[in-house]
Design a protein around this ligand. Structure first.
Ligand SMILES: [Zn+2]
Ligand SMILES: [Zn+2]
Length: 219
């Protein structure tokens, strides 16, 4: 995996609290430790508070567990990092969130928004082994972004996705994150982000993402 002084975080993980995964917190944490990750960030759909039990459970393990949220917007799914339960108060849980409004809201709270899996893969029958990939048009024109999720574990078998998104991110001067989007423990760490220094708080995580000093990996 990464060099000893690097700090690796799977920035996109779902658990049983998402309502669409059977992954128990302890199994996710143990899988992350087994993969050699330093931290994970739980990003359940549309609710930050639903993953609160992780705060207590993770105390028993030598793994840092952050909590963020994945919000459904008019420009696709957006990962939110660096906000706290009291400030966030499950804003946006009721749906119909405007992406630009989300970016402003999160920025005012000191956090950062990262578009999740912002690509479209053309399905074309027999050529599915070598599909066409495009940047999701809905994220073009959004202002205030610092990074995109360019490697998502679900597309690990399509290196082209990472390539297309990373080229797009570079053209805009944006950094690229990696996250597994795991819904089962076995997939935790299938993609992750390598930071240069240890990170201990969600505020520091947001600052680190804003700094752009990291890169994605696929394992
Ligand atoms: Zn998503
Ligand atoms: Zn997700």
């Amino acid at each position: 995996m990464a060099r000893a002084r690097d700090f690796t975080i799977d920035l996109h993980v779902h658990s049983v609290f998402s309502g669409e995964s059977l992954a128990e917190p302890k199994d996710i944490i143990e899988a992350a430790l087994q993969k050699g990750l330093d931290a994970i960030c739980i990003t359940e759909h549309d609710s930050l508070s639903v993953s609160l039990p992780f705060d207590e459970i993770s105390k028993r393990y030598p793994l840092k567990v952050f909590r963020g949220v994945e919000i459904s917007t008019d420009a696709g799914h957006m990962l939110v990092y660096g906000v706290t339960d009291a400030d966030w108060n499950d804003w946006g849980k009721s749906g119909s969130v405007h992406a630009q409004e989300l970016i402003s809201k999160v920025r005012s709270l000191g956090g950062v928004v990262v578009p999740a899996h912002p690509y479209v893969m053309e399905s074309c029958g027999l050529c599915d082994a070598n599909p066409r990939v495009h940047v999701d048009e809905r994220i073009r024109g959004l202002s205030g972004l610092k990074a995109l999720e360019i490697c998502n574990g679900k597309t690990a078998k399509y290196p082209l996705v990472c390539g297309v998104l990373s080229q797009y991110a570079r053209s805009l001067g944006l950094a690229g994150t990696g996250g597994s989007d795991a819904h089962i423990p076995e997939n935790v760490g299938s993609s992750y982000t390598v930071f240069k220094t240890p990170i201990h708080t969600v505020q520091a995580l947001a600052a680190a993402i804003q700094s752009g000093h990291f890169y994605p990996r696929v394992s």
